[in-house]
Design a protein. Structure first.
Length: 220
């Protein structure tokens, strides 16, 4: 007759081995989660670096990072990019007369109004201060000016509600198209800025399409 007895040392060894595996698995999971969390944090930081904290719009750096992708897609599809440079008229008066809190409200509502005037596929950026930039994707020649003037009109009609009552503001816009105005993407942005300058010079509250006669390399 053979009697089988438990082997205490063997059981202990197996238990130790299992605990070791569990410890390694937990360490691996913690390490993996740390990597995942680190990646999430990096993505969050990167996203925040590309967005304007006040309006939630993308900033100039976003355009710098994604310009090549936008350009190649536009040329591949044989379409146009519309470029609209927007600037709030006499915005400094808002801050001077009503304070920076009201100024911030005006900037946020301006961003909202511009977004309402374009398609979901279009890109709206805050370039800094009271200046905004719109990139209209896959448009036909001539469409950018039509969109710009609609934005201008809706802005003129808008009533900003502020603590002291109602505030009315206007918007000046400069328009160019890529590659119609230039084969250089950044050059077309300069052209939109030149047209904006012309809109300001001509009395504000207007959208002006870039014309080559406006350009002088020495002036801008």
């Amino acid at each position: 007759v053979q009697f089988l007895f438990d082997d205490p040392q063997g059981e202990q060894a197996r238990a130790d081995a299992i605990r070791e595996k569990i410890f390694k698995a937990e360490a691996y999971l913690k390490q993996s989660l740390s990597v995942i969390e680190a990646k999430r944090l990096m993505n969050t930081l990167r996203e925040s670096a590309l967005k304007d904290p006040l309006t939630g719009l993308y900033n100039r750096r976003f355009l710098q990072d994604h310009a090549n992708h936008v350009i190649s897609g536009t040329l591949r599809r044989k379409k146009c990019l519309g470029m609209i440079m927007c600037d709030l008229d006499y915005f400094k008066q808002v801050n001077d007369q009503h304070g920076h809190d009201v100024g911030d409200v005006v900037l946020k509502e301006t961003a909202h109004l511009i977004l309402k005037g374009v398609r979901e596929a279009d890109i709206v950026l805050r370039f800094g201060g009271e200046e905004f930039f719109v990139l209209l994707t896959d448009i036909n020649p001539g469409d950018a000016y039509i969109v710009a003037d609609k934005i201008r009109q809706s802005f003129e009609d808008h009533k900003f509600k502020i603590p002291s009552g109602i505030l009315k503001k206007t918007l000046s816009l400069g328009v160019s198209e890529f590659p119609g105005d230039s084969e250089g993407f950044w050059q077309c942005i300069k052209y939109a800025d030149v047209a904006l300058y012309k809109a300001k010079e001509s009395g504000r509250n207007r959208a002006i399409r870039f014309d080559p006669q406006m350009w002088s390399g020495e002036q801008f």
